[in-house]
Ligand binder design. Structure first.
Ligand code: HEC
Length: 96
């Protein structure tokens, strides 16, 4: 996924959960995320902290931003699905 290819997870977390001064991104309004990314892309920031984002947004196309913001907005934490899978697997097939 583009999110991983572009290294976004290095700051915002592999599960979009954020860390320290890096905001979480999961399930936030697509319109807001697009607004922010386009702003960073045009090298606008409100403070020094936000300037960190500019090199990562600079080379994104409109399509990239569309794909990324959809991914963030619709993100489903894999951890939840995994616990379902585990309980299912415990039923097993009787072993061998
Ligand atoms: C070097 C660390 C770093 C990387 C890598 C990074 N970001 Fe950020 N990101 C930040 C910081 C810092 C902010 C601004 C936080 C603030 O406003 O105080 C930010 C803000 C944002 C925001 C706005 C969120 C908000 O609440 O204002 C979005 C959306 C975002 N990043 C998406 C991305 C995407 C998509 C990528 C990958 C292309 C990415 N970031 C890569 C550090 C990073």
């Amino acid at each position: 996924m583009l999110y991983n290819e572009k290294g976004c997870g290095g700051c915002h977390g592999a599960r979009l959960e954020g860390m320290n001064n890096y905001p979480f991104l999961a399930n936030r309004q697509k319109g807001f995320l697009m607004y922010k990314l386009k702003r960073f892309r045009s090298r606008k920031s409100d403070n020094q902290q936000q300037e960190l984002m500019i090199p990562f947004a600079m080379h994104l196309s409109d399509e990239d931003i569309d794909n990324l913001t959809t991914y963030m907005y619709e993100y489903v934490d894999k951890k939840n699905t995994k616990s379902y899978d585990d309980s299912f697997n415990q039923e097993g097939d009787g072993g061998s």
